[in-house]
Design a protein around this ligand. Structure first.
Ligand SMILES: [Fe+2]
Ligand SMILES: [Fe+2]
Length: 153
């Protein structure tokens, strides 16, 4: 599998894009750990790192949805919750050698590409025109040292 960031994943929102890039970075780290035949414990630690960052990202994205008054926050949150349950199941299957780490990486990488381009895209589009602005809008752009991509700052 070739794990990489593609232009279709860029949604034009500094908070979402920054965290998505970090998620992709951790997918690549897991891919490298597998391909360089790291120990089981090392690979499991990297999988945990990826899962924990995914949890963090979901909470962050859910907070953003609440702050901007996104109408489908409940449905979107449910999709996140389902993935986390699936990931937990896969993690324990890998631990019990009922599944390969590649399978977990395949699941999250494919899920991520599909979810970002369909579901997260809707948040980014709503965000642009929402009169409700998120707390500390522009903080991510400041952190990155890039001009803000949001309409109001
Ligand atoms: Fe999402
Ligand atoms: Fe996301």
């Amino acid at each position: 599998m070739f794990v990489q960031w593609t232009p279709e994943l860029e949604l034009g929102n500094s908070l979402i894009d920054t965290q998505h890039r970090m998620l992709m970075l951790l997918c690549r780290k897991l891919d490298i750990a597998i391909k360089t035949r790291q120990s089981e414990q090392t690979i499991q630690r990297v999988m945990l790192e990826l899962k924990k960052f995914t949890e963090f990202h979901f909470i962050s994205e859910q907070n953003l949805m609440h702050e901007i008054g996104y109408p489908d926050v409940v449905a979107h949150t449910q999709i996140h919750t389902t993935l986390l349950i699936d990931l937990q199941v896969e993690l324990s299957r890998v631990r019990h050698r009922a599944e390969f780490p590649e399978d977990l990486l395949y699941t999250i990488y494919n899920w991520f590409n599909d979810h970002v381009q369909h579901e997260d895209l809707k948040i980014a589009e709503f965000f642009r025109n929402s009169p409700d602005r998120p707390i500390g809008e522009g903080l991510y752009a400041q952190f990155l040292g890039t001009p803000t991509t949001q309409s109001a700052d």
